[in-house]
Design a protein. Structure first.
Length: 423
């Protein structure tokens, strides 16, 4: 029995990056041998075990044979006679198909070390076409390895293969849960825009996220959006979200906030009056189709609906600000509201030349929320004889608290150019 460290641990060591997880492949063994040594089985579709002390994963060497459509149609064969090279051959990228023996020797049958040096994402072999998830994984690796000195490019022959797979309809077999899983991982990478650029280059974006793909080629006013193209703006905003370390929900909201601009009537372009309301349906449809978790879906819908109004915060009356806080449920969900404001900051800065631009609307609305949370709601309720008038009186008390707070804090700010009125 021989044990090798494989995959990301070897790759990241060669890149000089910290290793988070170590995976191992076991050659010449059976499940019974590992069980006898105290390993715990965890694999559902093929033999994977956890080490009794380190809890790292150890998988029996295996081969895979295509037996159906999509990414689930595989027959797995794990047996003592399967060689290390046969196991490595089923992997997606050459940089992930390097093994390290116990004595430190590197086994690299597919040129992964050369591709690491050349910073190339290259498929291992023809079996790549059998699993459409690999298209998403390559896009994710492109997003992860996106900055010097570890900026990787997709090898031309691999990019061509991905285009052929998409044209053949392979990505259409991906289930929603797997698409969301890879999308979520891509959003959390160092430069998420590259995830979507790679998918768009091979045609997969139009198949998997048509609402987002539809933004490309839609113009905006150049005086407010030097990037002009709405799709480019969405990618600039999601990169800002990564730069500001927003959580997953915030990054998805940053990506989807302008979907309504793809539905702007052609005769009013490049203006986009009312795009917030138009964006609700496509945002909801995308989230429903991919079975996006509720936390992410809700924030994406809030950002779609309210980002224009938040950009206008400096021009709003106290009563309108109170309504905004109520409609976004900011009093009960202040942390979510804070993330919503962060998304709007990223929207403002997701334009060439605005990357460091101030966004005073955030502080204004934080100040307004603090004032509203200071209102003694119980006292307001006690002072109202007619229960039907309680919501009205509470709203009035909140508006007055905001008025006083903003007056004391000189609370007006210039609205961002990216507003419902302007854009």
């Amino acid at each position: 029995m021989q044990i090798y460290t494989v995959g990301g641990a070897v790759r990241d060591e060669l890149l000089g990056l910290p290793v988070k997880d170590r995976d191992h492949v076991v050659v010449g063994a059976t499940p019974e041998i590992l069980l006898a040594q105290g390993f715990r089985p965890v694999g559902r579709d093929f033999p994977v075990f956890l080490h009794p002390q380190t809890h790292e994963e150890y998988a029996l060497a295996r081969t895979e044979r295509k037996s159906g459509s999509g990414y689930t149609g595989f027959t797995v064969h794990a047996a003592p006679e399967v060689t290390l090279e046969e196991d490595l051959a089923r992997r997606d990228l050459t940089i992930n198909a390097i093994a390290r023996a116990a004595d430190g020797t590197l086994i690299d049958p597919f040129g992964g070390i050369a591709d690491i040096k050349a910073r190339q994402l290259r498929h291992v072999g023809p079996a790549f076409v059998e699993d459409p998830v690999r298209i998403l994984r390559i896009a994710r690796f492109a997003a992860r390895f996106s900055l010097p000195p570890n900026e990787f490019a997709v090898a031309p022959e691999t990019a061509q293969l991905m285009r052929q797979m998409t044209a053949a309809g392979e990505v259409d077999h991906l289930v929603a849960e797997r698409v969301w899983q890879e999308l979520a991982r891509g959003l959390m990478e160092e430069k998420p825009s590259r995830f979507f650029r790679v998918l768009r280059d091979c045609g997969a974006l139009a198949r998997l996220l048509p609402e987002l793909d539809a933004l490309f080629g839609v113009p905006q006013r150049a005086d407010f959006h030097p990037e002009i193209d709405t799709g480019e703006h969405a990618l600039l905003v999601v990169d800002q979200a990564a730069r500001h370390r927003l959580p997953l929900a915030g990054r998805l909201a940053a990506l989807l906030h302008d979907l309504g601009k793809a539905l702007t009537p052609a005769d009013v372009l490049p203006r986009h009056h009312g795009h917030e309301a138009r964006g609700i349906a496509p945002t909801a449809a995308l989230c429903a189709r991919l079975k996006v978790p509720a936390e992410c879906r809700e924030l994406a819908l809030l950002a779609t609906r309210f980002h224009g109004q938040i950009h206008l915060a400096g021009e709003l009356r106290p009563a309108t600000i109170a309504t905004l806080l109520e409609h976004t449920d900011a009093l009960r969900r202040p942390q979510r509201f804070a993330t919503l404001l962060d998304v709007c900051v990223c929207d403002h800065r997701g334009r060439p030349g605005y990357e460091e631009a101030p966004y005073e609307q955030r502080e204004l609305l934080v100040q307004a929320l603090a004032a509203v949370r200071g209102v003694d709601a119980a006292a307001v309720v006690r002072s109202v004889a007619d229960p039907a008038r309680i919501p009205e009186r509470l709203h009035a008390a909140r508006a007055e608290a905001i008025r006083r707070a903003l007056a004391n804090g000189a609370g007006t700010c210039a609205s961002t150019p990216d507003t419902t009125t302007a854009a």
